[in-house]
Design a protein around this ligand. Sequence first.
Ligand code: 9PG
Length: 521
Amino acid sequence: MHTLSLPAHGASPQRFSANSCLLELPHKPWRFFRHGWQSWAFSSWVDPQAPAVPIRAAQFRAKDEDPLYALAQKHTSAWVAAVQLDVDDIVLIGGMDWGARVQFEENRLRAFYESGEGEWLLVRSTESEAFSYYTQALLERYPRSSPRKTPRVWCSWYSLYRFIREESLHHVLRELGDLPFDVFQIDDGWQISTGDWEANPRFPSGMADLAERIRASGRQAGLWLSPFIVTPDSTIYRKSPEWLLRDSEGKPVFAGRNWSGMTYALDVTHPAVLEWLEETIRRVIGWGYSYLKLDFLYAAALPGRRYREMPRETAYRQALAVIRAAAPEAYLLACGAPILPSLGLCDGIRIGPDVTPFWLNRALSVWLSNPNHPSTQNALRTSLHRLWLKPLIDIDPDVVYFRSRHNALTPEQRRWMADLASICGFRSTSDPPHWLTASEREQLRSFLEQEMCVEPLGEYRFRLDGREVDFRPILPLPSPQRVPLWFATSLGFLQMGVYEVLPALWESLRIRTGRNLKRGE
Ligand code: 9PG
């Protein structure tokens, strides 16, 4: 155990190697900066004196948190943490290697690597300077993968959800007209099952045909895959059980429940899994897709027993490197991804949970103590605390809504989303043009065309083309409320059903019956 002494404010950053180290603080810090493990995981300044509150429903812990620390009493941060000692007085400790964690203990910080030694950076300065030292050090260690222009993306998820079919996508593709999107990305719902990455019967012409139509419209074709998880109905789960990651009792490692049901992690150190991964990626590239949204990536780094024993984030990194090698030219967007081990291999990364056509799912998020759960407020908060990643990788704060139809967000809330996307420089939406009024369509067009002049004004405030934007009111976590678990989950899923599932189902039905053609074209 390495004991650190508090650096002087403004002194040059210290770099050293250690397995674990302790830093005693001179007094109780005002705030603790907690960085979530994967894209969706809560990142924010928190009150270090208030205990860490675990997510109440276990079904969410595998998916929304690093399960190893999901029940920890201490605030636990992945790779980097910071404390605020005074005005403009921040102490940051950041791991440079995979598997670094920092915990807040009473009046000290305990930083450690899950296995072996690694390098650390320790600095005391203002918030922006401290993070920028860390970012610069990471940039030297993990240089950007060859720079590809950040594309403007139309993504099918946040309007059509799992109810996509080829006719609906053909229809949206036509009606996008000359809106300046670089990529048309097909999300979850095209595959036979999670694990069988072939077109399902709702795509009778096949995925290569769809890619061809997208490219003929002058855009790049994008496709969603979750290559490290499988569901029990998949061929892999049924026929190659040895490909699954196992826990200490030999049971498949649960990777969380999503829209396809219960998911399980693959053991990505198994040579047969790596071969299958390579072949799967080559196949979709061969169909004509050059933008891949790779989702639920954390599954490869879940704790478990592996075919080849190695630290879990190393296993993840090696599997991602196989994907990169199979798709050297493609734009790779990592989602649900452990942040640090994705650097240098992916082009972009999601930096917050999913947005929703409402501000907050109070039941699933506040009542279940799960600030990682999809909700626009959660997405904005976590993304705003990860802007320091921008020099390292394209940062995706998720799509922006322009529609007022099927949407409970206020114009001010939609403005915050668009402003954050402009600050990140990653622009995308899922709104089908026929869901937009004429003026909303114009807002979308200018959002896609504009290059905003962004001036940081300190503490989550910005000047955008001369207009001041203050994100501070949206940052605080709502105070926790105790509500029975069954009630919270029922109400939470009901809210998703009303705002997300029903409009998507309705749209899918309309397309099938051909009624869209009168209104939309
Ligand atoms: C597709 C989606 C979209 C989205 C991703 C990811 O069940 N869940 O709680 C749950 C949470 C997030 C989630 C999906 C399900 O989102 O971030 O953009 O691609 O998968 O399934």
